[in-house]
Design a binder for this molecule. Structure first.
Ligand code: NAD
Length: 497
């Protein structure tokens, strides 16, 4: 976590309030110049053969792998995550970068576009090329500071772009480590511009000469950035908030499901974009409520410097206060508290893992997009109601379906309006390096990771080529004969049209 003091960002441990370091903020007025310089450096970078760009990223991967444990310690201290979660994050980031190293060549290789029947119209084949977008403006968040930002930077660079990267002001210490490893990997000086600061610095980046933005964060900020960019015709990938449902089918095995579900709800203190927030039980909810309550109450909350802690603090006192007000609002809207519901005293922003019960969707209207350790449980009559409940609301990031009968679970999963569905699992599948990650509806647009994610850093270009003086249709001057040719062509290839 970081706070600001006249030109400086102060990194703090959210579990103790201890100062971890001070980092100079970027002067917002300097950003346009830095971005211009980065674009110049990219002129040379994009002309480097792809294999050389891949080699630079392979170097970066090796350095991050070497530094994995200190990096995990830095995440643990600055974000307040238990160490195993920080280690998992670093490993998932390494997997994602390794995927890029191994698959960039095939993903970014030119491909031939054949003519099919259109040879008869004297069309020539074409070539599809994945050209770089130019300057990728990456604005990051703090909850997975390595997993979300490092593969994005790697993908942008491999694809031949310059990068202007504004990590979250709340994870500036981790970001500084990433920045220095980039230099060590031999990424040319100035190609990646790292901008330290809060929303003001982010706004200056958005206003600068970027060619595409990659934003991860809250829906309100994401939309205001999207609007500013749209006015200038600049595209964006938006990875925004979620409010993920878990549908429990009547045949779901209770013990295994509750264990997995508890982890997926409270990992990262519930500050995980794909953490489960809503549990929708088909049929009698009582046994599920009892089991989930017991499981949530068994979690050990505290300073993750200790190894016997399951759940750390929220990222800041302000985040905890906002979270608590949301819980109070949900209870005013009809939810009852089954477990937790209160801040925990101490220097850190700790909060009890909270289980709410609802008899209808009303409390969910208050909880939508909540970022903290809470789940709300309600029951529905059947699959139809479960799907309606899951699809209600504005977000569509991820959802999960839990049950023994996988055919039945798949049928439910197919009806969910989200970017990612998991069956008998949640959150961990986000680590699958080859799988594109992203949401629908208010959760955003575009994808990160995998083939689709890597190609987001490109501007597809089609190259049509014909031999000089080769056979082609000469359309002018128009004549009856040309009409007959078109009619013949149409009858031949579209006989029933
Ligand atoms: P946030 O929107 O407050 O900030 C995100 C980043 O944007 C920060 O770097 C911030 O400085 C910057 N920023 C804020 N306002 C800006 C503006 N007007 N112009 C330019 N930059 C601006 O979000 P946060 O608190 O950092 O992150 C929490 C949110 O992120 C949650 O809603 C969570 O669901 C979401 N999230 C989504 C994903 C995903 O992949 N979909 C992943 C992680 C987090």
């Amino acid at each position: 976590m970081s706070t600001e003091a006249a030109g400086w960002l102060i990194s703090r441990n959210p579990a103790t309030g201890e100062e971890l370091g001070r980092f100079q903020s970027t002067d917002a007025d300097s950003i346009a110049g830095l971005v211009d310089h980065s674009r110049l450096v990219a002129n040379d970078w994009k002309r480097r053969p792809l294999r050389k760009r891949i080699e630079a990223i392979r170097q970066w991967w090796a350095i991050l792998s070497r530094d994995a444990e200190p990096l995990a310690d830095a995440i643990r201290a600055e974000i307040g995550k238990p160490r195993p979660e920080a280690q998992m994050e670093v490993t998932a980031a390494l997997d994602a970068i390794r995927w890029i190293v191994k698959n960039a060549r095939s993903t970014l290789a030119d491909s031939r576009i054949g003519t099919g029947w259109q040879w008869a119209a004297l069309m020539s084949p074409a070539r599809l090329r994945w050209a770089p977008v130019g300057l990728a403006g990456i604005i990051g968040t703090w909850n997975y500071p390595v997993l979300l930002d490092a593969p994005a930077i790697a993908g942008a660079l491999v694809a031949g772009n310059a990068v202007a990267w504004k990590p979250s002001e709340l994870c500036i210490g981790v970001a500084d480590r990433l920045r220095s490893t980039l230099a060590e990997a031999g990424v040319p000086d100035g190609l990646v511009v790292t901008l330290f600061g809060g929303p003001d610095v982010g706004r200056s980046l958005v206003a600068s000469k970027i060619d595409k933005a990659f934003f991860t964060g809250g829906v309100g900020n994401g939309r205001s950035i999207a609007a500013a960019l749209a006015a200038r015709g600049i595209p964006m990938v938006a990875e925004l908030s979620g409010f993920d449902p878990a549908i429990i089918l009547p045949d779901a095995p209770m013990e295994a499901t509750v264990r997995a579900l508890t982890w997926a709800a409270f990992v990262g203190t519930g500050q995980t974009c794909v953490s489960i927030k809503r549990v929708i039980v088909i049929g009698d909810p009582k046994p599920w409520i009892d089991a989930i309550n017991a499981s949530a109450r068994s979690l050990r909350v505290g300073d993750p410097a200790r190894s016997d802690v399951d759940v750390g603090p929220l990222i800041s006192q302000a985040a905890r206060e906002k979270f608590h007000q949301t819980i109070v609002g949900a209870t005013a809207a009809g939810a009852t508290i089954a477990a937790g519901g209160k801040p925990i005293d101490g220097p850190g922003a700790f909060y009890e893992p909270t289980v709410l019960l609802a008899s209808d969707h009303t409390p969910e209207n208050v909880l939508e997009g909540v970022f903290g350790p809470v789940i709300v449980i309600r029951s529905v009559k059947d699959e139809q109601e479960a799907v309606e409940a899951a699809n209600a609301g504005t977000f569509g990031l991820a959802a999960s379906v839990w049950g023994r009968d996988r055919t039945r679970a798949r049928a439910v999963a197919d009806r969910l309006e989200v970017g990612m569905v998991t069956i008998n699992d949640a959150v961990t599948p986000s680590g699958l390096a080859a799988a594109p990650f992203g949401g629908v509806k208010a959760s955003g647009f575009g994808r990160v990771r995998g083939v689709l994610g890597l190609r987001e850093f490109t501007a597809p270009q089609v190259i049509h080529e014909r031999s000089p003086g080769g056979l082609r249709l000469h359309l002018f001057p128009y004549s009856d004969r040309l009409g007959k040719v078109f009619a013949f062509y149409r009858r031949l290839f579209h006989p029933r049209a």
